[in-house]
Write a protein of this length. Structure first.
Length: 679
């Protein structure tokens, strides 16, 4: 298809891509300079200093400004106190929530240094730490062998995002204090006086409503849970909790005071979580290896039960909800240990076991302490240190082998339980393969299709998306039981002006027809359609609209019955994300964005506006929330009224057919209705 035959084509507007490379120059040509207004100069370059970048873009440092990000401030502060405890310098940590919204974290560690900093001699080390990004004592392993904060931004970020923050340091029998507001010191470090029975650090702060929204405050139940988990992670520390009763509602079961100290560590933690569950074996497999040489220490606890499995993992007491390399080592150790035990007992079925079979009903707790860990992102949700896989697998595997061989009865019971999970998995897969085949008995499903697991077409959906990137996000966001995803590569063939031979030879359309399983034209059979809804999900831009129009043309020409019976839909992904404090809304287009700004955010302060470049740029959670979750999304149903069939046929032929003069005539007739898009 030539460019002149395509209404949407135009070399002048096409970006340079792999499919549209820049032309290779044949010879040197003289170019007349274009006069450009001199309205962009060095004066337009803005340099952010100190903690201003944090206040401008808090999401870069704490992941956003919602409730989760708000409580991340507490995590940053208590992590510093935990580092002191793990290093052997603190034995207790006190957490107190006041009625005025201030949160205090106190420890009896060494106290932040207060002497003048050698590089900034007019400032104390405390002020440098509190007001300078990437300043701290954790870059040098001589100070902390293991720590939860290695970026040097934790406490300074808390300072930047606090309306007010007060630090008290008890060190060398002297008490010092310094106050900050929104990251700015309100005076120099003060010597308050002598103290005989106190040492350590107190940090008292209140989140800034300018950042987190009016009324933003800590939730006592959430703080209590976070504090208690820290006590489980290091048995050598006692954590004391206090909360002003005014902060607790009548329905809140959070105690006003509590003390947490768990010498049993993760074993106690797991036993509490599984109190009401029926376990496969009563004994919890738990253990700990102490740090030796350059290797890190590992603590774990795992038990199998009749329920959905989980793994709660930590690195240097920092939660890693998205797992990472240490969880991979944990998984390998349990899988390989159980398969080895199967071989040892001549159980040949053990060969079919996979990691999913072992972990699907396992409740696991894992904590590692390693030097200089690498995390994915500043919020440290996922561990990326490759060495953690080997350290964890080695530590857990040796202990697991001994645990299995020491108690053959419980080991055999566990192996049989996991084998039942494996056989159930294979049985489900076989049933799905048989049930999902339609009248086309030898249906070959496309390799890129991520199929759903439902046996019947009722309630199932196929999302047709553009590109592997969007396909990857959609596969993570989908409901695997009911939603399938088929990524297409770029713009498909325009069937309205292509010959039948081109259509048959086109691999993308062939994959789509095979995925649907219902045949085309006179061979179409609705009973063989493998999905109840076919949803075209493309980017909210011009290219996305073009791809959608090509797909609709394909269905209208090749499977008109599919449209007539109400199977075809268009997804409505958002173009903008609007955030203010804990409130986040999504806008379909510019008009919707302006409407939300006027009705939902007017007069409420600064609104962060993010524009999605495409579906592939959206996080799976965002894509699910806005576009794929049936309880929240909007869909446009593609329909053709019986009375408008002739008119529709004419429109498809004019706009998509092989007569360029018809498109040219349409443009002439409708030019007055066009708008100038400034893109």
């Amino acid at each position: 298809m030539s460019a002149k035959d395509d209404l949407f084509a135009g070399n002048a507007a096409r970006p340079l891509t792999q499919d549209n490379p820049a032309p290779v120059p044949q010879k040197q040509r003289s170019v007349t300079p274009v006069s450009v207004p001199d309205d962009y100069s060095a004066a337009d370059i803005e340099v952010l200093e100190g903690l201003e970048p944090v206040r401008r873009r808090p999401g870069m440092y704490i992941g956003g400004t919602d409730e989760k990000a708000l409580h991340h401030l507490f995590a940053e502060v208590i992590d510093n106190s935990m580092d002191e405890a793990v290093a052997g310098h603190a034995t207790w940590i006190d957490v107190a929530l006041s009625a005025d919204g201030f949160l205090s974290v106190t420890d009896n560690g060494r106290g932040i240094p207060v002497d003048p900093h050698p590089k900034f001699k007019d400032k104390s080390a405390l002020e440098v730490i509190m007001t300078t990004l990437h300043a701290g004592g954790k870059f040098d392993s001589k100070v902390y062998e293991t720590s939860g904060g290695l970026h040097g931004v934790g406490i300074s970020v808390v300072n930047a995002l606090s309306e007010e923050l007060v630090v008290e340091i008890a060190r060398s029998r002297k008490l010092y204090r310094q106050t900050f507001r929104r990251g700015q010191p309100q005076g120099a470090l003060e010597l308050i006086g002598d103290t005989q029975n106190r040492r350590g650090t107190l940090v008292r702060f209140k989140p800034d409503e300018q950042i987190f929204g009016k009324g933003a405050k800590f939730q006592p139940a959430r703080l209590l849970k976070m504090a208690r988990s820290k006590a489980y992670l290091f048995g050598g520390v006692e954590i004391r909790w206090r909360c002003d009763p005014a902060m607790l509602s009548e329905k809140d079961e959070t105690p006003a005071e509590a003390v947490f100290h768990f010498p049993g560590g993760l074993r106690d933690f797991l036993a509490e979580k599984l109190t009401k569950e029926r376990r496969v074996v009563e004994e919890v497999f738990a253990g700990r290896t102490d740090k030796t040489g350059k290797h890190g220490s590992v603590e774990w606890a795992v038990s199998w039960f009749a329920g959905d499995g989980f793994v709660n993992s930590y690195c240097n007491t920092v939660p890693t909800p998205e797992g990472g390399t240490h969880e991979a080592g944990f998984r390998y150790a349990l899988l390989r240990g159980l398969k080895a035990y199967g071989e040892l007992t001549n159980n040949k079925k053990a060969a079919i076991i996979t990691g999913d079979d072992v972990m699907t009903s396992a409740g696991g707790m894992l904590s590692v302490f390693i030097r200089e860990p690498e995390f994915v992102g500043q919020t440290k949700d996922r561990l990326a240190t490759n060495e953690a896989t080997r350290i964890t697998e080695t530590a857990v595997r040796d202990a697991f082998d001994h645990w299995l061989t020491a108690s053959p009865n419980q080991a055999n019971r566990l192996l049989e339980w996991v084998l039942d999970r494996a056989e159930e998995r294979l049985r489900r897969r076989q049933e799905k393969d048989v049930a999902r085949k339609t009248a086309v008995r030898k249906l070959r499903l496309p390799g890129k299709l991520a199929d759903c697991s439902a046996n019947q077409s009722e309630g199932t959906e196929l999302f047709i998306v553009e590109g592997d990137s969007a396909g990857g996000s959609a596969k993570q966001a989908r409901n695997r039981a009911k939603q399938a995803v088929l990524p297409l590569r770029g713009k498909i063939l325009n069937v309205a002006n292509a010959g039948r031979d081109k259509l048959v030879a086109n691999q993308q359309l062939s994959d789509l027809v095979q995925a649907l399983g219902c045949g085309t034209r006179s061979h179409y059979k609705d009973a063989d359609l493998r999905y109840e809804k076919i949803i075209i999900m493309t980017d909210a831009d011009v290219d996305g609209a073009h791809i959608a129009s090509l797909l609709i043309t394909f269905f209208y020409r090749e499977m008109p019955e599919l449209i007539r019976l109400g199977h075809l839909y268009l997804a409505v992904p958002p173009l903008y994300r609007l955030s203010q404090g804990g409130k986040t809304l999504y806008a379909r287009d510019d008009a919707h964005k302006d409407e939300l700004m006027e009705t939902e955010f007017k007069g409420r302060g600064k609104v962060e506006i993010g524009r999605f470049k495409g579906l592939g740029e959206m996080l799976p959670a965002q894509l699910k929330e806005t576009t794929m979750d049936p309880t929240r999304r909007s869909l446009l149903k593609v329909d053709v009224a019986e009375a408008a069939i002739a008119e529709t046929n004419d429109a498809v032929e004019r706009l998509m057919g092989n007569k360029p003069e018809a498109r040219f005539r349409f443009i002439q007739e409708n030019a007055e209705f066009a708008i100038d898009l400034d893109i």
